[in-house]
Design a protein around this ligand. Structure first.
Ligand code: WT7
Length: 649
C-alpha cells in the first residue's frame, strides 16, 4: 500500500479549535474508560424537564438486546432546538433559506421559527394528531419542512420524512408501514429549474395505501401550480396556521420516546423504518455538530443534503438548531443554473462551513476550474464530506478549489442507523489523509473482525463493527424489532454490525472500503439490490433479475441490471425503456439503472442461489478475476454473459 500524503492540522486550527490533538486523545481515552461519566456530562448540553439520573442501560447481546440512554429523564426536542435560544438569541437566524433560482433567499430568526412551529403544532393537534402518531412529511426543501419536523417533535408525534424524489409507490409503502394517517406536502416543489409534482404524487399514494387510511393531507401552497384539493381531507397550510394560537406548550417526552422514523434500504426485504428516540439522539447530534465542525455561534453552516435523508435530519435540522446555529437550507441542486452555483452561494452568503457528498464534488470536479473560478470563498473555514468513500483525487480537488488549500476536510463516516458521525476527523486535532474517515469520535468503539467474528488487532482489514453503544444509536426497526436484532446483532456475537468493510492503517486510521452486503451506494444513497430486484420481477415481462453495483466515475457506484425476460418477450430498445421507467415509477429517479443487460440465464449455484460475485466482476470489467465458477449449476452462462457485456461497450 502506497504511503498516503498527510495533511497536518493547520497551525491556526490547532490554536483556535475546541480541541487540539492531545486534548482529543485525552478526552477520547476518558470517554472510553469512564464511558458513563463522559455521557453523564454530555447529557448536560440539553435542557431537561426532569433531569436524568440514569445514563446508560445497554446490551448488544442478541438474547438480551436493549439500548436505553438517559431513560428516566424527560425533555422536549423542539424546545431544545428553539425555546431555549429565545432569551438571548431570538433574533439570530435559525435558517438561511436559499431558493432554487439564483437571487432568492430568506432569513428566518429563532423567534419566527418558534412562532411558526407553535402554530403548526397547534394546527396538527386540531387535526387530531396525538403523541405517538406517525406524521409523514413529503416536502421540498422549504422552511415549512423544518417547521413540520419540529412541530411534530413539539407535540410528541413521530415524523417520517419521505424524500420528495420518491415515487407515489415508494411513498405509499412508507405510509403503510408507519400506519400514518396524515401527510404534509406542498402543491409542488422546485429543483434545478423544474417543477416536481408533489400533491399529485400524494393523491396517488393515498389511493395505493393498503394498510392505512390517510385522513388528512396538509398542503403548502408553494408554487403557482393549481392542484385538486379534496374537501374534508386536504387542508391548506396557511389557512390552518392562520386559525392557530402561537402558544403551544411543549409536550413532556421521555428520553426514550420516539422522535422519528426514517426509511432506509437493507440487503433484504423492503426498506426498514429506522427509529430514533429523543434524549440520546439529540445529545449525540448536537455534540457531534459542535465538535466535528468546530462550530461557533454566529457561523453559517451549510449541510448540502436533503431533509429526506438522515444527513438532513441531523445536520440541517437537529444538530445545528440544538446548538443555536444558523443552518443553511438550499432548495436546489449543485449545478443549477450552472456549475458555479455552490461557490456563488458561499460567496453571496458568506458561508463558513460546507458539508457535501463526494458525488457532488466529483460532478463539479469534472468541470475543472469553472465551478469555483472568480468566486470569493474566503468566508469558508471548514469543509466536510459524507455518504460514501471519497477518492483522494476528488478530496484534493475539493481541498484546492473550495478550500483554496487552507480549509481542512472532515470526512465523516456514519449511517442512518448511527444517528450522527462516528468516525471522523476533528479539525483542530486530526492530521488528514485523503480518503480516510480517520478516527473514532468520543465514546465510539469501532473494531474490525474477520468473517468468524474474531477481533483483528493493529493494521488490518475486515468487517467494521461497534463494540459498545452510543446515545445516537437507532433503537429498533419500526414495527419489527426482530428484524433489528437479526440485521445488526446476529452476524457477530455481542457487536453491532455496520454492513461496511474497512481497513485500519498503522496510525489507527480507518479507511472504509464499502458495503460488504448486497447494498449499493449510488451517489451517496443507499439502495438494496433486493428492493430493485423485487420491483423488477413485479413487471409482467420479467422472469428473473439480478442487480449489482459497478464503479462509476461520478456516482461512486452505478446500477447494473441483468434481466431474464419471460419467454414470450423479446429484448428491444423499447423494453429497455419500459423497464427503466418502471423502476423510476416504482422507486424513484434515484433508482434509474445505468446498464440493463439481457441475460438468457443467471449464474446460480446448484441450490439455486445467484452468484452475484460473478455478476459484479463482469459488470466491473474484471472478467480475469472471476474466481472459481465450477460450483455453478451451468457454468456456460458465464461465457454468454461476458460476451453480451462486451457487446454493450
Ligand atoms: C452508508 C450509510 C451517513 C449519512 C448518509 C448516508 C456509506 C457513509 C461514508 C464515508 C465511506 C461512507 C457507508 C455506510 N458511508 N459515509 N464518510 N466514507 N462510506 O447514510 O444512507 O444510511 O448510508 O454510507 O457504506 O454504511 P446511509
Amino acid at each position: 500500500m502506497k504511503e498516503a500524503t498527510v495533511y497536518p492540522v493547520p497551525a491556526h486550527y490547532a490554536e483556535q479549535s475546541l480541541l487540539n490533538e492531545q486534548q482529543y486523545l485525552e478526552l477520547y481515552r476518558r470517554s472510553i474508560e469512564d464511558n458513563e461519566g463522559f455521557w453523564r456530562e454530555q447529557g448536560q448540553r440539553l435542557d431537561w424537564i426532569k433531569p436524568f439520573t440514569q445514563v446508560k442501560n445497554t446490551s448488544f447481546d442478541k438474547d438480551d438486546l436493549h439500548i436505553r440512554w438517559y431513560e428516566d429523564g424527560t425533555l422536549n426536542v423542539a424546545a431544545n432546538c428553539l425555546d431555549r435560544h429565545l432569551a438571548e438569541h431570538a433574533d439570530s437566524n435559525a435558517i438561511l433559506w436559499v431558493g432554487d433560482e439564483p437571487g432568492q433567499s430568506r432569513e428566518i430568526s429563532y423567534r419566527e421559527l418558534h412562532r411558526e412551529v407553535c402554530q403548526f403544532a397547534n394546527g396538527l393537534k386540531s387535526l387530531g394528531v396525538k403523541k405517538g402518531d406517525v406524521v409523514t412529511i413529503y416536502l421540498p426543501m422549504i422552511p415549512q419542512a423544518a417547521a413540520a419536523m419540529l412541530a411534530c417533535a413539539r407535540i410528541g408525534a413521530m415524523h417520517s420524512v419521505v424524500f420528495a424524489g420518491f415515487s407515489p409507490e415508494a411513498l405509499a409503502g412508507r405510509m403503510d408501514d408507519g400506519h400514518s394517517r396524515i401527510v404534509i406536502t406542498a402543491n409542488a416543489g422546485k429543483r434545478g429549474g423544474r417543477s416536481v409534482v408533489l400533491k399529485e404524487n400524494v393523491d396517488r399514494a393515498i389511493e395505493l395505501c393498503k394498510e392505512t387510511t390517510v385522513e388528512k393531507a396538509v398542503v403548502v401552497d408553494y408554487t403557482d401550480d393549481q392542484v385538486n384539493m379534496v374537501p374534508g381531507r386536504d387542508v391548506d397550510y396557511a389557512t390552518l396556521l392562520a386559525e392557530q394560537s402561537d402558544d403551544c406548550p411543549a409536550e413532556e417526552m421521555s428520553a426514550e420516546d420516539p422522535l422519528f422514523i426514517l426509511y432506509t434500504s437493507g440487503s433484504t426485504g423492503k426498506p426498514k423504518g429506522v427509529l430514533h428516540t429523543s434524549g440520546g439522539y439529540l445529545t449525540y447530534a448536537s455534540l457531534t455538530h459542535e465538535y466535528v465542525f468546530d462550530y461557533r455561534r454566529g457561523e453559517r453552516f451549510w449541510c448540502a443534503a436533503d431533509i429526506g435523508w438522515v444527513t438532513g435530519h441531523s445536520y440541517i435540522i437537529y444538530g445545528p438548531l440544538a446548538n443555536g446555529a444558523t443552518t443553511v437550507m438550499y432548495e436546489g441542486v449543485p449545478n443549477y443554473p450552472d456549475v458555479s452555483r455552490v461557490a456563488s452561494i458561499i460567496d453571496e452568503h458568506q458561508i463558513d462551513v460546507l458539508y457535501i457528498a463526494p458525488t457532488a464534488i466529483r460532478a463539479l470536479m469534472a468541470e475543472g476550474d469553472k465551478p469555483t473560478a472568480g468566486a470569493d470563498l474566503s468566508s469558508l473555514r471548514l469543509l466536510g464530506t459524507v455518504g460514501e468513500p471519497i477518492n483522494p483525487e476528488a478530496w484534493r480537488w475539493y481541498h484546492d478549489h473550495f478550500g483554496r488549500g487552507r480549509c481542512p476536510i472532515v470526512d465523516t463516516w456514519w449511517q442512518t442507523e448511527t444517528g450522527a458521525a462516528l468516525l471522523t476527523p476533528l479539525p483542530g486535532a486530526t492530521a488528514l489523509k485523503p480518503g480516510s474517515a480517520t478516527r473514532p469520535f468520543f465514546g465510539i468503539r469501532p473494531a474490525l473482525v474477520d468473517n468468524e467474528g474474531n477481533v483483528l488487532e493493529g493494521a488490518a482489514e475486515g468487517n467494521l463493527v461497534l463494540l459498545d453503544s452510543w446515545p445516537g444509536q437507532m433503537r429498533t426497526v419500526f414495527g419489527d424489532h426482530q428484524r433489528f436484532i437479526d440485521t445488526y446483532f446476529s452476524t457477530f456475537n455481542g457487536m453491532y454490525f455496520t454492513g461496511d468493510g474497512a481497513r485500519r492503517d498503522e496510525d489507527g486510521y480507518y479507511w472504509i472500503t464499502g458495503r460488504v452486503d448486497d447494498v449499493l451506494n449510488v451517489s451517496g444513497h443507499r439502495m438494496g439490490t433486493a428492493e430493485l430486484e423485487s420491483a423488477l420481477v413485479a413487471h409482467p415481462a420479467v422472469a428473473e433479475a439480478a442487480v449489482v453495483g459497478f464503479p462509476h466515475d461520478i456516482k461512486g457506484q452505478g446500477i447494473y441490471i441483468y434481466v431474464t425476460l419471460n419467454s414470450d418477450r423479446q429484448p428491444s430498445e423499447e423494453m429497455h425503456r419500459t423497464l427503466r421507467d418502471w423502476l423510476r415509477s416504482e422507486i424513484g429517479p434515484i433508482a434509474t439503472p445505468d446498464v440493463i443487460q439481457w441475460a438468457p440465464g443467471l449464474p446460480k449455484t446448484r441450490s439455486g442461489k445467484i452468484m452475484r460475485r460473478i455478476l459484479r466482476k463482469i459488470a466491473a470489467d474484471e472478467v480475469d478475476q472471476l474466481g472459481d465458477i465450477s460450483t455453478l449449476a451451468d457454468p456456460s452462462v458465464v461465457a454468454e454473459l461476458i460476451a453480451r457485456h462486451e457487446a454493450l461497450a
